[in-house]
Design a binder for this molecule. Structure first.
Ligand code: UDP
Ligand code: MG
Length: 315
């Protein structure tokens, strides 16, 4: 049974050597044959050179160089598509996911689980705001979506061959991997760990990106915002109707001295705001439909080092 470790790399030159040492030490001790698929996602430092060096030093390292930066989800998809093992484990290049946990993942896999989630008990080196917003995000998305996306689980997990095949059969271009991992189902279990701070370099995720990531997740896995827009519309029209009734009655009873400018403005602005919001929600989904309908590949490969099935995700 071979195990593929999938590593998306974007400007990770300070981490690769030590990542390789830690992973190879642990995997060699495991006794299973293993390989590592490193996806260079448009790095602008010497990440690619270092990866090629690693490949020349150890042929179990395969390197896929994408044609530009496609983002982590696409890089991960490229790696998972190329994985040929009986199981794959996505691993962040910055050593935030401890390779030391891999034997535990493998043990659960041998016990018959198809998905083994690595759940974070703590996140060191991350701000209070980031932890709080992550917590809030998982609560919101799990309320809204039909699939249960496990909280505090990153991409670090073990995926067995049937799960990998299932993931490959999913055709969507916008890939919110955490959601897709949960969507495919299969027997899953958890192991727990403490998340380390980044070994070197800086995260490329700022709050704006995280916000967009959250919107991506919610719109990919839930239609609740669309329904909310409709319900909000109902409620507002209901209230407007009551207000209109009251206006008519009060005009009939007390007459109309033509004031009402403030109330008119308030209603106008309020309704305008609600309508724009609803339109925005629709636009968010429409944009996604537009993107999906273009059928562009999720990523493009510039060059591959090491043997990898030569097929891309644009069947
Ligand atoms: N990454 C990537 N493409 C990108 C951004 C990040 O492949 O456009 C990789 C990065 O090299 C790392 C992983 O995704 O291996 C996680 O990124 P990061 O550590 O910046 O995210 P965080 O841990 O802060 O969520
Ligand atoms: Mg990280």
């Amino acid at each position: 049974m071979t195990v593929s470790i999938i590593v998306p790399c974007h400007n990770e030159s300070g981490n690769l050597k030590i990542l390789y040492e830690r992973v190879s030490g642990i995997m060699d001790a495991c006794g299973e044959p293993w390989g590592m698929v490193c996806v260079n996602d448009g790095s602008i430092d010497d990440t690619l050179l270092q990866l090629i060096e690693l490949h020349q030093q150890d042929s179990r390292i395969q390197v896929i160089d994408l044609s530009r930066n496609f983002g982590k989800e696409a890089a991960l998809t490229a790696g998972l598509d190329a994985a040929r093992g009986d199981a794959a484990i996505p691993l962040d290049a910055d050593l935030q996911d401890p390779p030391e946990l891999i034997p535990e993942l493998l043990a659960q896999w041998r016990d018959g689980y198809d998905v083994v989630n690595a759940v974070r008990l703590s996140r060191e080196g991350e701000s209070w705001l980031k932890r709080a917003s992550a917590h809030f995000f998982y609560r919101v998305i799990n309320r809204m979506s039909v699939v249960d996306i496990p909280a505090d689980t990153g991409d670090f997990r073990l995926l067995s061959r049937p799960v990998l095949d299932a993931l490959q059969s999913l055709q969507e271009r916008r890939r919110f991997m955490k959601g897709l991992f949960a969507w495919v189902g299969f027997r899953s279990t958890n192991v727990y760990y403490h998340r380390a701070p980044r070994h070197s370099g800086k995260t490329t995720w700022n709050y704006w990106k995280l916000w967009n990531f959250a919107v991506e997740g919610i719109t990919s896995f839930s239609q609740v915002p669309l329904q909310l827009a409709a319900y909000l519309g109902f409620i507002v029209s209901g209230l407007s109707f009551i207000y209109a009734l009251w206006l008519i009655i009060s005009t009939l009873v007390y007459g109309n001295p033509v004031k009402g400018y403030p109330s008119m403005m308030v209603t106008l602005l309020f309704l305008g705001g609600v309508q724009l919001m609803a339109l925005g929600v629709i636009g968010e989904y429409l944009g996604r439909i537009y993107e999906e309908s273009k059928h562009r590949p999720v990523y493009l490969v510039r060059k591959v080092w090491g043997k990898i099935r030569d097929r891309e995700r644009n069947d």
